[in-house]
Design a protein around this ligand. Structure first.
Ligand code: PMP
Length: 397
């Protein structure tokens, strides 16, 4: 039976990262997977995580299953982190959540809950969106519509196109939005534009589903959550998928939260039961380690301050890299790269053709996606000149 199955192609992003790992060129540059890399080229463990981990090892008395909704301290901490401590919806008890295996788990649980409520729901996704959104939502049986989002010619959001397309979203539809630091384009909505989306959701009755995987890495924890908080203040219902992979560096610990803002406290409780049953069908209980660390950090003042400081430093460094990369690229070519400085978070499209991205890989061992999406956090003082020079050479042909 199993011998009918054939080898599948590697995941496009992970496959490129693997190719870079075995490239013997000492100057190789890996700008593929979205992980934060320090100036030393490593993905660091946060100091607050290390401290929380030491305490946990001392104190942990059991490895028994987590409850299906996960760790209560983590759940409360994540609700406050995303919604803000003064959220009216939180105060009214209209918010509930479950701990999930990463942001991916949260997206999948969100999709399961949507499917239970409205099996025929269409999910509107941005063009482009993170490719993994499609299998995560589609495997549940939801169908897709696409709305215009990134304008490659202008290197920014095509908001007119977005609004025109979303005018066709109706009650019973879901609109997937990137909370901040859009993956793959780095172009985010302004607060005013979030307001327009809220107006449309109110008028047309669609349900926003906000994927926020990079809170703290765009402008800061509060600013990055301003859009999702605006929706939560204006709308009766909202689903949020949050992740601690990037902003706490807990990637491999699979730590995330599916958060439900509901029309009533009763409904918020009902959503937890729906989410738990969905989780039981897929993986039963979430993994413990990452959420116990994150819960500890979010509930301890000193650890929170330590974590926030380190996160802010990362955020500043990414924004500094954006400025440096823009000016280095402009030194080596006559193109305008100022959009890199305007965009937010870990990703930007450099605006190269797939053939140019391939030439960078084959001739210079500079690895980026064929779309020319780069992980800005993969740039550092040691590789930035080599990278800018290589891009300049490829642009000159
Ligand atoms: N959403 C987006 C847009 C992402 O880029 C990612 C991570 N690459 C996630 C969600 C989920 O990440 P994780 O499951 O690792 O928390």
């Amino acid at each position: 039976m199993l011998d009918k199955l054939t080898q599948l192609p590697e995941d496009s992003i992970l496959g490129l990262a693997a190719a870079c790992r075995v490239d013997p060129n000492p100057h190789k540059v890996d700008l593929t997977v979205g992980i934060y890399m320090s100036e030393a080229g490593i993905c660091p463990v946060f100091d607050a995580v290390r401290l929380a981990q030491q305490a946990l090892i001392e104190e942990e008395t059991t490895k028994a299953y987590m409850p299906p909704a996960g760790d209560a301290t983590f759940n409360t901490g994540m609700q406050r982190l995303v919604m803000g401590g003064d959220s009216p919806a939180l105060a009214a008890g209209r918010v509930s959540s479950i701990q999930t295996p990463g942001g991916c788990g949260a997206i999948r649980i969100g999709a399961e809950v949507i499917h239970a409520a409205a099996p025929d729901a269409r999910v509107w996704v941005s063009d482009p969106t993170w490719p993994v959104h499609i299998p995560l939502l589609g495997s549940v049986g939801l169908s897709f519509e696409t709305y215009r989002y990134y304008d490659p010619a202008e290197h920014g959001v095509n908001f007119e196109g977005m609004v025109a397309d979303l005018q066709q979203a109706r009650r019973g539809d879901v609109v997937l939005l990137h909370g901040c630091c859009h993956n793959p384009c780095g172009a985010d909505l302004s607060l005013e534009q979030w307001g327009t989306i809220a107006d449309m959701a109110e008028r047309q009755g669609f349900l926003p589903f906000v994927d926020i995987a990079y809170q703290g890495l765009g402008d800061g924890l509060e600013t990055d959550a301003a859009g999702v908080r605006l929706l939560a203040e204006r709308l009766p219902e909202l689903i949020i998928a949050a992740s601690c992979s990037k902003n706490m560096g807990l990637y491999r610990e699979r730590t995330g939260a599916a958060i439900f803002v509901c029309a009533s406290a009763d409904n918020a409780r009902a959503l937890v039961s729906q989410a738990q049953v969905a989780a039981r069908r897929i993986y039963s209980m979430p993994p413990a380690h990452g959420a116990l660390l994150a819960g500890r950090i979010l509930s301890d003042e000193a650890l929170t301050a330590n974590w926030e400081d380190e996160l802010q430093a990362m955020c500043r460094r990414i924004n500094g890299l954006r400025t440096s990369l823009m000016s280095k690229l402009q030194q080596h070519s006559d193109r305008d790269f100022s959009f890199i400085e305007r965009e937010k978070g870990m990703f930007s499209f450099l605006g190269l053709t797939p053939a140019q991205a391939l030439a960078l890989r084959e001739q210079h061992s500079v690895y980026m996606l064929d779309s020319s999406r780069i992980n800005v956090a993969g740039v550092n003082g040691a590789n930035i000149d080599y990278l800018a020079e290589a891009v300049g050479k490829v642009l000159r042909g």
